[in-house]
Design a protein around this ligand. Structure first.
Ligand SMILES: [Zn+2]
Length: 153
């Protein structure tokens, strides 16, 4: 579906841009925001079709019997109804499920974790530098002492 591919490509462009301070980024965000009403309209159109049509006969895991609430579009309402919400409605509801809330405490804990892991990298680099610098000073001190001993001979 061309329009959906274009909308997705536009959003991918936004999410893959590194520099958020540029006019190009602002333009890409504006372009994606303009897609939102079209996406909402498309989903509402599907949800307005797949509504409960009330009671129907139909196959259930327990056999052929009365389904209290059947989809108006799926199956053959009345005789071979499909329980509502149908797979179409459930798929949309699942995709639109609320995103998990991220608390400030979670953000702080994440930042603290990054700080400590970075500190470990810094500490390891510092220890390497300290050890190699001490080794260099030992070599220089030995060379200076050997040179001084040579002069005294
Ligand atoms: Zn349906």
């Amino acid at each position: 579906m061309k329009a959906l591919d274009d909308i997705e490509a536009s959003w991918t462009r936004v999410t893959t841009m590194d520099d958020h301070g540029t006019p190009e980024y602002a333009e890409a965000v504006d372009e994606s925001v303009r897609d939102v009403p079209q996406l909402v309209k498309a989903l509402r159109a599907v949800l307005e079709l797949h509504v409960s049509d009330g009671e129907s006969q139909g196959y259930t895991p327990d056999g052929y019997r009365v389904i209290p609430s059947a989809c108006s579009q799926c199956g053959t309402p009345g005789e071979y109804g499909i329980p509502w919400p149908c797979a179409t409605v459930r798929a949309i509801e699942s995709a639109l499920a609320p995103r998990p809330q991220i608390t400030n405490e979670q953000v702080e804990a994440g930042a603290e974790g990054l700080w400590w892991s970075l500190s470990e990298v810094h500490n390891a680099a510092w220890e390497d530098l300290r050890d190699s610098t001490r080794a260099m000073y030992r070599r220089q001190a030995r060379a200076a002492l050997e040179a001084a001993a040579e002069v005294q001979r």
